[in-house]
Design a protein around this ligand. Structure first.
Ligand code: SAH
Length: 460
């Protein structure tokens, strides 16, 4: 086979017109049919680009100068946007972000699921797409002068960018991080040094209850001992009377995982509380809880609408976490069964059911793909199943069980359009019809998109 050489070379500077966007949000331009992916390029723009990587069928470039800017280009409000790896879409108008996410889902439906005809609604965005995150976990570093600094890692590296604010964080989280850092600095506590695996303070984590205004602070250290512990607690409490919980977590490993195994409450409660709609939840340092509470309500309302519960139904919530969707559904169903692989989450789910005086929700530890067929064999006949799997999508065995169970309805909540589309294909072939896909923007300014999908059993 004749080898065709790529039409560009590494380090070459070229003029490029962007035609499209990747699902990561990078601009795509072509040189004689050879695609180049360029972060921060927008469709319609003409730009000067430096080629930085050349592969056989595609390459990567760096945006040097935009000659003709798109009307959708905006000035990123964050000072460190181009260094930080956290956000990818701040240079794009919000309406374009929503449209990009919509197109991404539509493409996955077409290319992966071959469901060209299924309606994909417009992405539901936020009125104010900033300051939405209720949880921050920020690495701690040390400056030349010994003072502590906090900031996210530079893209593709572990260099901490010294920053005071993160515009997608709840303002309270920013203020807490700043204060805890200042207080710890004042008490002479050292930051953890990743390279030499020395030092103490690795991460500061803050969680806030959006409706309750409760605050939890978690200090993650390499050492078992937290120096100046009592002074640290006193000063934090003096500065912030809203703090409900101060927790110490020990992580002595050389790892990128933030939290270690050992967690001890230093002061206050083991939990903080938050509400989504009328349902109250208790949240512990390690529990999975959606990070954008405003949009979580939107997402769950949509899931509830698609589940179309009238009060007499039996519902299964596979991948239930701490029972958030389950309890939302339990408000309208006769009985909800939740299954979740993490035992601590199931304990939390049970506590959450009691907290809301709901006795029509039961929770089980296990793999959804194992429990579902077992339930089926035991004669459990659910009317609706809701799944909300991790990025890799549903397990094959679970899809098979869903097909065997011949449910009236399925509601599929997904954080990954490609695995969603892959699974919808399987469910379609197994006798279900995809009625509608609704993307919801849970993570504005980033390239992630969440979807709720409604499926029904096909008429025989
Ligand atoms: N529905 C919840 C959690 C969704 S995250 C919410 O909205 O908050 C996905 C959850 O699936 C996680 O809690 C994860 O621990 C769990 N999980 C992952 N694999 C699983 C499996 N095979 N069976 C059951 N649960 C699983």
């Amino acid at each position: 086979m004749a080898k065709t050489k790529p039409p560009v070379q590494k380090n070459q500077t070229i003029e490029l017109t962007f035609e499209d966007l990747t699902h990561e949000g990078d601009g795509v331009g072509k040189v004689d049919g050879y695609p180049l992916f360029v972060p921060y390029g927008l469709p319609g723009e003409q730009a000067q680009v430096k080629v930085i990587k050349v592969k056989k069928n595609f390459g990567f470039g760096k945006l040097i100068e935009v000659y003709k800017a798109s009307d959708e280009r905006v000035e990123p409000p964050c000072d460190v946007y181009y260094q930080c790896g956290g956000c990818q879409l701040q240079h794009m108008s919000y309406s374009m972000q929503l449209e990009m996410k919509h197109n991404q889902v539509k493409n996955a439906m077409k290319k992966v699921a071959h469901l060209d005809h299924v309606p994909v609604h417009d992405t539901i965005g936020m009125d104010d797409p900033w300051r939405y995150r209720n949880k921050v976990q920020i690495p701690v570093g040390q400056k030349e002068d010994g003072q502590l600094m906090t900031g996210f890692y530079q893209k593709r590296s572990h260099n901490i960018i010294d920053m005071d604010t993160c515009l997608i964080q709840d303002e309270m989280n920013d203020r807490m991080v700043e204060s805890v850092r200042r207080i710890a600095s004042g008490l002479g506590i050292d930051a953890y040094d990743e390279e030499n695996h020395r030092g103490v303070l690795r991460h500061i984590m803050v969680r806030t209850g959006q409706t309750t205004k409760d605050i939890m602070i978690v200090l993650v250290t390499r050492t078992k001992k937290l120096p100046q512990k009592d002074k640290l607690i006193d000063e934090i409490r003096d500065a912030f009377p809203n703090v409900k919980s101060i927790v110490h977590n020990v992580n002595s490993e050389r790892t990128n995982v933030i939290l270690g195994k050992e967690t001890k409450v230093l002061w206050g409660d083991e939990y903080i509380y938050d509400t989504i709609g009328d349902v109250k939840f208790m949240i512990s340092p390690k529990s999975f809880y959606q990070v954008n509470p405003t949009q979580t309500k939107t997402l769950y309302d949509q899931a509830l609408e698609y589940a179309d519960l009238r009060g007499g139904e039996t519902v299964i919530d596979a991948y239930c976490g701490i029972g958030t969707i389950s309890l939302f559904l339990a408000q309208k169903a006769k009985m909800v069964y939740g299954v979740e692989i993490v035992p601590e989450a199931v304990t939390d789910a049970k506590k959450n059911a009691r907290l809301n005086d709901m006795d029509n929700a039961e929770f089980y530890v296990g793999q959804a793909e194992e429990l579902m067929p077992w339930w089926h064999n035991q004669g459990l006949r659910p009317d609706v199943i809701v799944v909300d799997p991790p990025r890799k999508g549903c397990d094959e065995e679970l899809l098979k069980a869903m097909i065997d169970m011949e449910l009236e309805r399925i509601v599929y909540v997904s954080c990954n359009p490609s695995t969603l589309a892959r699974d919808l294909r399987v469910l379609e072939d197994g006798g279900y019809e995809t009625k509608v896909v609704q993307p919801v923007d849970m993570f504005p300014q980033t390239n992630h998109v969440e979807c709720v999908t409604w499926l029904e059993k096909k008429e025989k």
